[in-house]
Design a protein around this ligand. Structure first.
Ligand code: DLL
Length: 433
């Protein structure tokens, strides 16, 4: 059963949430207008001043912020507080160019711990839990966010870091870990490593897990639940906002509650930049309402999701829910004129009991034509006949989704190389003109 860490805030009447958002937004705009040259310039271009912001709906008068805007002002140009007020720095993994750097004031760390404590409690964490945190401690926000939040709940935190998977399993066995955090694909990897060591993950004491940081279909979620015999919750967040802690799904498992007393979310059509209708898919755009280190206005996350109608959820929380993240708008691949999201492939793969959790798509050019090869690990070593049978079935099922036939390669367990923090689902080797 989930538990509310901060019942008063989590069940605020909607009207109070909206009033609060209006006030906090106005305060944030006032600060960035004064302290951040980038925002002063952008607001002037649009002819908007802090006095124009009266209610939450006035957010639409404000300028957007893109990842590129951040890059151009990195590392410290977007700060609204002087560096001497900042006490911690985090940065995104920066696979493409300049890392996005965020500096936190003590206030920001307090807010982060609070929203993480809410997310963790919502996923079942209590002070009786032994909480293992198999995420690298470093500039990536993951480990510290979970660490601060779990301590705030009062759980016993094992800061095990990432890597050394055999050791992670030993720690779980030795200390009797009951709750695990992490990057979704790593939970699968750990399960396999346990089995290779002759330990059935189900026999360990881990009963709850909170995972995120990457695309994570219901199929993969179920796979983790079955492997570990645990309940799994999904947590969303990004370095620009705080790191993990923006939203999580409650026990209803019907959307992720986004903490509206700290974040103001919109859902827009990435082409027209206009709001989409309720329940319609669009890009999440988020403004921070309580940050003092690097507050952001209308940050374009590039993450695609749907915002649900704002009725009260059965769990009692009043904060808006969004669907799981379908993927990033820049994850979409165009292959022979067809738009593909990696999630579509994952959904097909995870329906098959004999498919393991690790997989990737390799795009190549053969005779001037785009080619898709889906590489996947089987859960256990398969015979030649079983392999051929699985390949044939996957070929036709994926073809019915994509309209053309991919090549399928079934590999033995644990053969797809680890790619660092997050799984790399797409490898594009296509020749460009
Ligand atoms: O990944 C923060 C985080 C750490 C979230 C641990 C959850 C757990 P970044 O490295 O800045 O921060 O990457 C943020 O990851 O814009 C999404 O595209 C993706 N992402 C994060 N959580 C989810 C999720 C962390 N639950 C980017 N589902 C975001 C799908 C997610 N994608």
């Amino acid at each position: 059963m989930d538990h509310m860490f901060n019942k008063k805030s989590e069940t605020l009447p909607r009207r109070s949430i909206r009033e609060m958002q209006g006030k906090l937004l106005k305060k944030t705009v006032k600060t960035v207008y004064k302290q951040v040259p980038f925002y002063k310039m952008k607001c002037k271009e649009l002819g908007v001043t802090p006095d124009d912001i009266k209610t939450w709906e006035d957010v639409r008068k404000l300028p957007f912020t893109t990842k590129n805007d951040l890059r151009e002002n990195m590392p410290f140009g977007m700060l609204a507080a002087p560096l001497e007020k900042c006490v911690e720095l985090h940065a995104s993994s920066g696979t493409t160019g300049i890392p996005i750097t965020a500096c936190y004031t003590q206030n920001d760390l307090d807010v982060w711990s609070e929203v993480m404590a809410r997310c963790l409690s919502m996923s079942g964490l209590t002070k009786e839990d032994i909480f293992q945190n198999p995420i690298p401690y470093g500039t990536f926000t993951g480990a510290f966010g979970f660490h601060y939040g779990a301590q705030k709940v009062g759980a016993l935190v094992i800061p095990s870091g990432k890597g050394q998977s055999e050791r992670q399993i030993k720690l779980m066995e030795y200390y009797g870990t009951t709750f695990m955090s992490g990057v979704a694909s790593y939970a699968i990897r750990l399960g396999q490593v346990a089995m290779e060591q002759g330990i059935d993950p189900k026999k360990l004491k881990v009963r709850n897990g909170l995972f995120g940081a990457e695309m994570f279909t219901p199929g993969l979620k179920k796979r983790i639940m079955d492997t570990w015999d645990m309940d799994v919750h999904d947590i969303y967040g990004l370095t620009e906002m705080c790191g993990p802690g923006v939203s999580t799904d409650c026990d209803e498992h019907d959307g992720l509650h986004l903490w509206e007393d700290h974040f103001l979310v919109e859902c827009i059509d990435p082409k027209t930049l206009e709001p989409v209708d309720v329940e319609e898919e669009g890009e999440l755009v988020i403004s921070t309402l309580s940050k003092t280190g690097m507050p952001l206005l209308r940050y374009r996350t590039r993450d695609l999701a749907r915002l649900y109608d704002q009725e009260v959820c059965n769990c009692g929380r009043t904060h808006v829910r969004h669907s799981m993240i379908k993927g990033r708008s820049d994850d979409m691949i165009i292959l022979r004129g067809t738009n593909i999201y990696p999630g579509q492939i994952e959904s097909v793969l995870m329906k098959h009991e004999s498919v393991g959790g690790n997989w990737r798509m390799i795009l190549s050019t053969v005779n001037s034509l785009d080619m898709l090869t889906v590489e996947l690990e089987s859960k256990r070593q398969l015979s030649q006949i079983e392999t051929m049978d699985l390949e044939e079935r996957l070929k036709s099922e994926i073809q019915s989704v994509l309209v053309f036939t991919p090549r399928i390669e079934v590999l033995p367990p644990n053969t797809i190389p680890e790619t660092g923090l997050k799984a790399q689902r797409v490898i594009d080797k296509r020749e460009r003109d």
